[in-house]
Design a protein. Structure first.
Lengths: 70, 131
């Protein structure tokens, strides 16, 4: 099963740019782009840091393909 | 990244550039080589935070430029691809010159093998970073 995400939607909801989110979690902007496009599966640590920076839960941003997501 | 952190980073990079220039001067390098070396080192440090390849962690002092997990993963994959290409080419050369050809392996071929490994590394790096 592949990992899906709605990182971009969560980031836009918070009015954050890719650059500001990248700075908040200590990665490059390219890493945020790669994750948003599904080209890179982040580590659990980075996924948790992203969820924390976006003030949401991990499950709201990442889920496995096949799981229902509203 | 706060501005004070970036200021700390730039100050430390200027200091490192000065050390590199001093080493070149002590080694007896001509003035133009010292100038070019200093510009290249300082240019790298100025461009690196904007390159998308490194993040700046100013609190780490002289090792402030770090790869994050994605850029490290890209480098690892590119390195693996380069190494595999090098080994496959070396195996091919070994088989051909070990059992078919009647002459020894030309010396230039060994340089070509290493060059092939680097070309595959850089091509993989470029390909994996495309968006």
């Amino acid at each position: 099963m592949s990992l899906c995400n709605r990182l971009k939607e969560a980031r836009v909801t918070k009015n954050l740019t890719q650059e500001s989110l990248a700075r908040a979690v200590g990665v490059t902007r390219q890493s945020i782009i790669a994750i948003e496009k599904g080209k890179y599966v982040p580590s659990v640590r980075l996924a948790l840091e992203l969820a924390q920076a976006l003030e949401t839960s991990l499950e709201d941003i990442f889920w496995l393909a096949g799981d229902e997501k509203g | 990244m706060r501005m004070t952190d970036m200021r700390k980073y730039y100050v430390s990079r200027v200091a490192l550039t000065a050390v590199a220039v001093a080493i070149l001067l002590l080694a007896g390098a001509p003035w133009w080589m010292v100038t070019v070396g200093g510009v290249l080192v300082l240019g790298f440090f100025l461009l690196a935070p904007r390159s998308g390849r490194y993040v700046v962690k100013a609190e780490r002092g002289s090792t402030a430029l770090r790869r994050d997990e994605w850029t490290q993963a890209v480098v690892n994959k590119a390195g693996r691809n380069g190494f595999v290409a090098l080994m496959l080419a070396a195996a091919g050369v070994g088989i051909y010159w070990g059992s078919i050809a009647e002459t020894g392996v030309p010396a230039y071929l060994l340089y070509l093998l290493v060059a092939l490994g680097w070309v595959v590394y850089f091509a993989s790096d470029f390909w994996l970073r495309r968006m």
